[in-house]
Design a protein around this ligand. Sequence first.
Ligand code: ZN
Length: 107
Amino acid sequence: MVEKAAASAGATGVEKVGLRVGTMSGAIPEALDGAWPIATAGTIMEGAELEIETVMAAVWCPTCAANQPIDEFFALTCPVCGTPTGQLTAGREFAVAYADLVTPPGA
Ligand SMILES: [Zn+2]
């Protein structure tokens, strides 16, 4: 995704990439950090800094009539009143939030 954006912008490199990662996305920030240098070796992102923004998972609770944050080990129940809810409203994010591209002068 970042490679495509960098290519279409005529960028020569990438300084920093920001990822939004939900706690229910299945991705582990520590593992991403560790894999980053390997995954980007030989690509335009080689040497880029990785910044991970963790998005706390939340469910909509009809009893509380509110979004309630849940941690990844909770089943899909309201942590406040215990009402079961399948309405995950946040936490499945796995997206590139931004990429700081290095563009050649005059491009
Ligand atoms: Zn509730």
